[in-house]
Design a binder for this molecule. Sequence first.
Ligand code: NAP
Ligand code: MG
Length: 411
Amino acid sequence: MAKGKASSRSKIEMKNPIVEMDGDEMTRVMWQMIKDKLLLPYLDLKTEYYDLGLKRRDETDDQITIDAANATMKHKVAVKCATITPDAGRVKEYSLKKQWKSPNGTIRTMLDGTVFRCPILTPRIKPAVSGWKKPIVIGRHAYGDVYRNVEMSIPGPGKVELVYTPADGDQERRMVVHEFKGPGVSMGMYNLVDSITSFARACFTYALDHKINMIFSCKDTISKIYHAQFRLIFRDLFDREYKAKFEAAGITYTYTLIDDAVARIMKSEGGILWALRNYDGDVMSDMVASSFGSLAMMTSDLISPYGYFEYEAAHGTVQRHYYQHLKGEKTSTNCMALLYAWTGALCKRGELDGTPELGKFAELLEKAAIGTIEGGVMTKDLIPFADPKPEKFVYTEEFLDAIKKNLDKLL
Ligand code: NAP
Ligand code: MG
């Protein structure tokens, strides 16, 4: 590729499209900027475009979300902008027909995927845990357990039981949960072998894809049936399908009790995939994310056991900044995670299509972005974590322009 301005060099060709899901508010604004400044001048960008902006979801009775998920199954690779999950306030704000479900939930269910949250690291931005040098990726099982529970407030003395009534008319099974002598609370929850197996498969796939060691942890010393079932499913699938592949890749799989895992993670230097049950993943992902700094430095990859990949930023639509933007004020919104969603998708597209120049471009784009921060040009959210701190922060568009300048130097 010749050096010089973007216009004078030939654009990188793409064989197959990426499914592009546009979104809402400030991330929609940055989405367009990323395309205009950092992608379209360099790539013959092929996408199949789905507008998941709230207005369009409402107009199509959310069919557009389903279409986008189906397209992901067809083309295998998707990139998604952040989208509003409407609450009552949004229903009013956008005069919606109804409170549409979270698009992420719909897509995740259709692809049967697992979400992996991965921090973007750069030496100048220091994690709160000083030993963490490499990403700690959290794989959270996003089905069942306490998120699909039934629970009951117990007003006074009485018996709570767990009852299983087999559909084939076999003998029912009954266990006493507790004989209450006074008021209390009780809860029932469940999970499915199929769902746990899909989760395990997605985690092993991710670890292999990224060549990183993997830990799965739960509390099977206390929950000898429920939690133990998770451990056994992971172990069984690993031994049958992944052991040889892990050995060939030079990576390891370890099961360890969650208490032990927490201690290990705190003392590790990172570079690990930590697979967790639903509740543990919910809590630990926020702990890990906040240690690594800004929400804008965290990506979210949805990996399906069937080989579909969807990339997005972990943060939302940055509503507060958008309202500022609407008033004509400048914002200092960080586009890193959105940009990494694009580079993740481009890399995967290149890998699946056998077009390494696409992966190479994505790599250079990431390098240009990291180089920008290392050079002291950063958005406001990063300043508290920067060492050394730059004298001033830059605005949204200035940051993108600085990345572009760096990219032009690298190409
Ligand atoms: P948010 O977009 O995650 O932002 C919360 C706060 O975090 C911002 O106000 C900002 O802090 C900071 N922040 C997040 N991303 C940033 C970035 N790129 N650059 C700089 N600062 C950043 O959450 P929200 O504003 O509370 O939610 C807005 C909408 O997002 C909601 O409607 C929700 O449904 C949706 N949402 C979507 C997804 C998704 O599609 N994956 C995920 C979560 C939420 P300061 O205000 O202090 O600057
Ligand atoms: Mg959480």
